[in-house]
Design a protein around this ligand. Structure first.
Ligand code: SAM
Ligand code: DTB
Ligand code: SF4
Length: 340
């Protein structure tokens, strides 16, 4: 897979007539994935609020006035009950988030127990706990963690305007520790934070030029939360709200530059029309978060998603996702029947 994309090439993709862009993205999508299958992932906040970082979009930062209450790390048993409900609702992956700058070493035994427990239930596991040391990444790998989510969030240039308590380079360091430990990488970011198109190009460029593409690329649409810097900014300047077609273009650019990755239409679906979501799926998004809650914000909910899938004729992905490591889709997606 190409990891030498230039910003000019990516900017040229964004500039394509939307008909051409979607056609190309859909074509690449079906060469590597089944176009009628969408992966379902469920999120659980295992430790909410009270985070010392100052991410301008986040309700869980102590710097925000969002009313989110800080909690302790959830009990292992409670997490496993929640995972069982997600599995029974058809979810393939269970993603657990903690509002930490980084986990403390004393948190690791409970985290390891959670990973082992969820895996034993037959689900893929993903965690997002903030920055990791190489040792902590190794512990998670040994516990059997499948994915680690750590978003670069925006372009390297814009990063410092959104978050000041850590750097873009620190984000890349953790991604490298995760890779070296042998855990699959989930990394993406947020669109609609008042950034320019050049920033969106820079954001996709940073992901597509990593030494290896992230296996999962979550593309979030900012969920504007009252009391956060960016949520309040959007409330004051509604014109800064991202155009939905520009969001779709970003999804298509992710699909075209990272053909084998799962591209996740992540936060922000609740505020999106069915038509926009359909365009995102056409543009190559093939994964969503299900359930009625993200970490603190509301999500579309299982009934709404079942109705959406019925309308669009899509179905949940079952079993293992295609083995990109083996060099392509292993479930027949490029077979003549699917490709024709
Ligand atoms: N503390 C960890 C970290 O920052 O890596 C993990 C949790 S953090 C909430 C995970 C990701 O959620 C962020 O990197 C960001 O991309 C996304 N996110 C947080 N708040 C959001 C919002 N209001 N709208 C859209 N995405 C959001
Ligand atoms: C990601 O990229 N999006 C998810 C997950 N990774 C952890 C989080 C979305 C959070 C939305 C805002 C909230 O629920 O507070
Ligand atoms: Fe903390 Fe993560 Fe929220 Fe940033 S995004 S404030 S690191 S929980």
């Amino acid at each position: 897979m190409r990891t030498d994309w230039t910003r000019e090439e990516i900017a040229a993709l964004f500039d394509l007539p939307v008909t051409e862009l979607l056609f190309r993205a859909a074509e690449i999508h079906r060469q590597h994935h089944r176009p009628d299958e969408i992966q379902l992932c469920t999120l659980l906040s295992i430790k909410t609020g009270g985070c010392p970082e100052d991410c301008g979009y986040c309700a869980q930062s102590v710097h925000a006035d969002s009313g989110v209450k800080a909690t302790r790390l959830m009990d292992v048993r409670e997490v496993l009950q929640s995972a069982a409900r997600a599995r029974d609702a058809g979810s393939q992956r269970f993603c657990m988030g903690a509002a930490w700058r980084n986990p403390k070493d004393r948190d690791m035994p409970a985290i390891v127990e959670i990973v082992k427990g969820v895996r034993a239930m037959g689900m893929e596991t993903c965690m997002t706990l903030g920055m990791l040391t190489p040792g902590q990444a190794g512990q998670l790998a040994e516990a059997g963690l499948d994915y680690y989510n750590h978003n670069i969030d925006t372009s390297p240039e814009r990063y410092g305007e959104v978050i000041t308590t850590r750097s873009f380079a620190e984000r890349l360091d953790t991604l490298e520790h995760v890779r070296s430990a042998g855990i699959a990488v989930c990394s993406g970011g947020i669109v609609g934070m008042g950034e320019s198109r050049a920033d969106r190009v820079g954001f996709i460029h940073a992901l597509a030029t990593l030494p290896r593409h992230p296996e999962s690329v979550p593309i979030n649409a900012l969920v504007p939360i009252k009391g956060t810097v960016l949520g309040d900014m959007l409330a004051d300047t509604p014109l800064a709200k991202i155009d939905e077609i520009e969001f779709v273009r970003t999804v298509a650019a992710a699909r075209l530059t990272m053909p084998q990755s799962m591209v996740r239409l992540s936060a922000g679906r609740e505020a999106m029309s069915a038509s926009t979501q359909a365009l995102c799926f056409l543009a190559g998004a093939n994964s969503i978060f299900t359930g009625d809650k993200l970490l603190t914000a509301a999500n579309a909910g299982d009934d709404a998603d079942a109705a959406l899938f019925a309308r669009l004729g899509l179905k949940p992905m079952e079993g293992e996702e295609p083995l990109r490591a083996a060099g392509g889709c292993s479930s027949g997606c490029a077979s003549p029947a699917m490709a024709g």
